[in-house]
Design a protein around this ligand. Structure first.
Ligand SMILES: Cc1cc2nc3c(=O)[nH]c(=O)nc-3n(C[C@H](O)[C@H](O)[C@H](O)COP(=O)(O)O)c2cc1C
Ligand code: FES
Length: 452
């Protein structure tokens, strides 16, 4: 009988810090101490606090160990797991001066307490290589509900009512995009997941794929049902090997469980997904260039119109959605459009994941309700600028983004405000890549306080 679970972060950050070797060593120690039957190691996706990696958490106590090294593992196994004595020197304390009795539970720390995890809900919580852990967290329930209780039109209505807007580009309303594709009659339609994530410093999509790949597959199947597509492609950059491998494992498992393939949930609906690897061209994140690349051609943007919903992959109606957009969708069907629309601001519903990088103490991954100020993200969650130095500016949105100065730190972050303050406009880039240009301002999100 399992009495304890040790969750070890297997996100890219902690993996590069040695978390695989730490997990292997811990398994050896559990075997040596005769604890292998009682204590289970779970390798998860990113916990969020990447700056402290490699990290692990021991349940049921909830003890959070940070900056763990292979040399620490014997202590953790012998002291904590065998004798029940926490290894204090490795416990994350938020403030060094705290003694153990004052250490808050992880969820109560400044980093986590105001976060709202919707797209990241399973990251750092489940083993992404085990479909049963996803199912245990209500995974594939939304797909079951959609297929057995709702018509495609009702699915689109829920999406529209939720107010979800695309997290990868133009902030286009997702339900409306689906409606356009659904309205087109064709012998074949496609659902494409944009996991190209070309912006330097961004790792939101990678982390979702590494930590919760089934959420994306489930959402793609829901999208397929809504628009009448039976085929999906996930375009992911080859520089994301962990994401690619977990995604392939997830696809194989979903097929094995009958959650991808023919007659899903005993209905007439058939849907399957394949991965396509990108070679790291930034422009291939642009939806029409991405489609051109999937078709086997040089990834160059096409003029719009026609939009992909009318004439997309191989000339067929296609919807393209970003990884994070998709990761929200199963929860919308489980908890309801009103629940989702109750978070965020008037024009921007829900939450947003940010990758915090650069000159900030808590580099990592955070998810906050839209409308949160940059000051809160940078100072309260991010822990401020290292060595108490003065904040100068934050760069959001990658190469097509903008630098937001200190005077705008109290701006609530949502689509409208970021566009208003000129923080990002992909139009310049599109214009550079193709002559036609683009009239849509769009947002890509990361948070990169600058050194000075
Ligand atoms: C130059 C350029 C690069 C882009 N790169 C990405 C990207 O890496 N990932 C992404 O999801 N969207 C990217 N986009 C936006 C996509 O074209 C598209 O709007 C998005 O995938 C739609 O999904 P969404 O509606 O779920 O946001 C890029 C757009 C441009 C103009
Ligand atoms: S990669 Fe381990 S906490 Fe982010």
């Amino acid at each position: 009988m399992i009495r304890s679970h040790v969750l070890i972060c297997g996100g890219t950050g902690c993996t590069s810090g040695g978390s695989v070797a730490i997990g292997d060593k811990l398994q050896q120690e559990l075997n040596r101490l005769g604890l292998a039957e009682e204590i289970k190691i779970v390798r998860t996706g990113c916990f969020g606090l990447c700056a402290l990696g490699p990290v692990m958490i021991v349940y049921p106590e909830g003890t959070f160990y940070s900056r763990v090294k292979v040399e620490d593992v014997t202590d953790i196994a012998e002291e904590h797991l065998l004798k029940g004595r926490i290894v204090e020197r490795l416990v994350y304390k938020e403030h060094e001066e705290l003694d153990m009795s004052q250490v808050p539970a992880l969820g109560e720390t400044n980093f986590y307490k105001t976060q709202l995890r919707v797209a990241l809900r399973n990251c750092g919580v489940i083993d992404p290589e085990n479909i049963e852990e996803y199912i245990a967290m209500d995974g594939y329930q939304a797909l079951g509900k959609v297929l057995t209780e709702m018509t495609p039109a009702e699915v689109i209505d829920v999406m529209k009512a939720s107010g979800l807007r695309g997290r990868g580009g133009a902030g286009f309303p997702t339900g409306m995009k689906w409606q356009f594709a659904a309205a087109n009659q064709a012998d074949q339609k496609y659902v494409v997941c944009n996991a190209d994530e070309g912006d330097p410093g961004a790792f939101m999509d990678r982390s979702i794929l590494e930590g919760d790949p089934h959420a994306v597959l489930e959402a793609m199947a829901i999208a397929g049902y809504a628009i009448g597509a039976s085929k999906g492609y996930i375009y992911v950059r080859a520089e994301y090997p962990i994401a690619v491998s977990r995604l392939q494992i997830a696809i194989d498992q979903a097929r094995e469980y009958g959650l991808l393939g023919n007659n899903i949930f005993g209905t007439d609906f058939c849907f399957d997904c394949e991965i396509r690897l990108g070679a790291g061209a930034f422009v291939c994140g642009e939806e029409t260039a991405l489609l051109t690349s999937i078709e086997g051609n040089r990834g160059e943007p096409r003029n719009k119109p026609p939009f992909p919903a009318n004439k997309g992959l191989f000339g067929k109606p296609t919807i393209i959605n970003n990884v994070e957009t998709l990761a929200n969708i199963p929860q919308i069907f489980l908890k309801g459009a009103d629940w989702f629309a109750s978070m965020g601001t008037e024009d921007s519903k829900g939450t947003k994941v940010f990758a915090l990088g650069g000159a900030i103490n808590n580099t990592g991954l955070v998810e906050i309700p839209l409308g949160t100020t940059l000051r809160h993200i940078i100072y309260d969650i991010g822990g401020g600028i290292p060595n108490g130095r003065q904040f100068k500016a934050v760069q959001t949105g990658g190469p097509s983004g903008g630098c937001i100065p200190a005077s705008l730190l109290d701006t609530p972050i949502d689509y409208g405000n970021l566009t208003r303050i000129g923080a990002i406009c992909r139009a310049h880039l599109v214009a550079r890549f193709r002559k036609g240009g683009c009239d849509r301002a769009s947002l890509r999100w990361r948070c990169f306080p600058m050194r000075f």
